[in-house]
Design a protein around this ligand. Structure first.
Ligand code: SF4
Ligand code: SF4
Length: 295
């Protein structure tokens, strides 16, 4: 057994900006590398909000970088092998950890924080005693009699029979393809999905998020015009704030165009120019929004 304890891991996690750390044994279904003896699930809470980009994304990107730093520190100070495993499926792990609840909307919940947190995962080459956990109280998540997330979802992704990924607006955002037409009106609409990235309607409706909902703030890191232009400087900031996977010009443009349908101000000339884009998603979205504006 290493000198490292779950308490030490929790202290280190707090130093790297995480709300909590949970050490537990890997299971085959986790698909961690064979040499991993302990998994460390790190959570980081955030205040909800954003009109263009959901506040989850900067939190998640910061957590990714901080988890890497924490892993490097663990390797250097304790002589362990450490793997960054945030790409594994974390939701099934949460379902077997008693500290977490799972909502009808398929999201993971923690007391106090609700569903407003992001997660990272480290694998360690040493066994560590698991973190003791206080079981999540079912009373905090009254799904059986609530169903508010199901009603709040505008596209019918949450059903009694389960979650339909293809009906979730988020699934179709920033994927480089034209968005299904019936979902486009919700992009950037008040009480709709975000303009560029994220849709949190099923979280906003949830009584378990009532506390964080009071902190809701629509502020964004970018203006819509900056994203509709999407110059090099803006792309570089997108990469720094949300991660380089999101800094893809045509994908941002395709989304920003749909958000422009709900924006104030004259954006018609910019949209006309984008109608001639070689990207099918950009051109199709521009033509669709212009068609709506003319009606
Ligand atoms: S909104 Fe209601 S049904 Fe949906 S996850 Fe929250 S408590 Fe459960
Ligand atoms: S993220 Fe939006 S579209 Fe997806 S399930 Fe939740 S409310 Fe529905």
């Amino acid at each position: 057994m290493s000198v490292l304890t779950h308490q030490t891991i929790s202290h280190l996690a707090a130093e790297h900006g995480f709300s909590a750390a949970y050490c537990f044994m890997p299971e085959t279904e986790d698909h961690a590398p064979e040499e991993v003896r302990t998994l460390v699930l790190l959570t980081r809470a955030y205040a909800p909000g954003g009109w263009l980009v959901d506040h989850f994304y900067p939190c998640s990107n910061a957590a990714y970088h901080q988890a890497k730093r924490m892993g490097e520190r663990l390797a250097a100070e304790y002589g362990l092998r450490v793997w960054s495993l945030g790409n594994l499926r974390l939701k099934p792990m949460c379902r077997r950890l008693s500290a977490f609840g799972t909502g009808l909307n398929t999201l993971n919940y923690l007391p106090e924080i609700g569903s407003r947190f992001c997660m990272e995962l480290l694998g360690l080459s040493e066994p560590i005693e698991p973190t003791p956990m206080i079981p999540y109280s079912r009373e905090l998540l009254p799904c059986a009699e609530c169903k508010r997330c199901m009603t709040a979802c505008p596209t019918g992704a949450i059903t009694e029979a389960g979650f339909i990924k293809e009906r979730c607006i988020r699934f179709h955002m920033m994927n480089g393809k034209p968005m299904p037409e019936d979902m486009r009106p919700f992009i950037g609409a008040s009480n709709g999905a975000k303009g560029i990235l994220g849709c949190d309607l099923c979280q906003r409706a949830c009584p378990a998020n009532a506390r964080s909902e009071k902190e809701y703030d629509t502020a964004d890191d970018f203006t819509l015009v900056e994203l509709l232009t999407c110059e090099k400087e803006a792309l570089s900031r997108v990469s720094d704030l949300y991660g380089k996977n999101y800094a893809i010009r045509n994908r941002i443009l395709a989304q920003a165009i749909l958000a422009a349908a709900h924006a104030e101000g004259e954006l018609g000339d910019q949209l006309e120019a984008l109608k001639a884009s070689p990207s099918p998603a950009v051109a199709e979205h521009a033509a669709w929004v212009l068609g709506k504006m003319k009606k």
